[in-house]
Design a protein around this ligand. Structure first.
Ligand code: DQA
Length: 137
């Protein structure tokens, strides 16, 4: 099972960024926990703050991997390009968010990703990523 976690803008700051919303664990530390928990999953991690790089990565993995776990972060609410990329690839995508975006500002209630993904997991903190992995197993 070949899966990739793709994280969008500002998620490189997890652990430091708004810890009351996103927690105080870095993604690198949490990624190690996931790798240890799922030794049989071929898990890769990619993060970028640049929209086009996220699109390029989706194109690169989207015809050979078994699953994509995508937290497009702020681009979720703005990017037709990422939505089109998800629509254009064959690999199933699960959209994840750490926070429950529906409990937050109204601009976070819109997602250009949700209509084109297999499923959405949000509001479970970093555990949202774990639940997304489990959904592929
Ligand atoms: C987020 C929610 C987005 O609204 C926000 O822009 C993020 C993180 C989350 O995981 O909760 O950067 O995707």
């Amino acid at each position: 099972m070949k899966l990739i976690i793709i994280n969008g803008p500002n998620l490189n700051l997890l652990g430091k960024r708004e810890p009351e919303v996103y927690g105080s664990t870095t993604f690198e530390d949490y990624y190690k926990t996931l790798q240890a928990k799922y030794p049989d999953v071929d898990l890769t991690y990619f993060q970028s703050n640049i929209e086009g790089e996220l699109i390029d990565k989706l194109h690169e993995v989207g015809f050979s991997y078994d699953g994509v776990i995508l937290n497009a972060a702020a681009y979720t609410h703005t990017s037709i390009g990422i939505g089109d990329a998800v629509k254009g690839i064959e690999t199933p995508v699960i959209e994840v968010h750490i926070s429950n975006t529906h409990q937050r500002e109204e601009f976070r209630h819109v997602s250009y990703i949700s209509p084109v993904v297999k499923g959405v997991i949000l509001g479970f903190g970093l555990q949202s990523y774990d639940l997304a992995i489990q959904s592929f197993l």
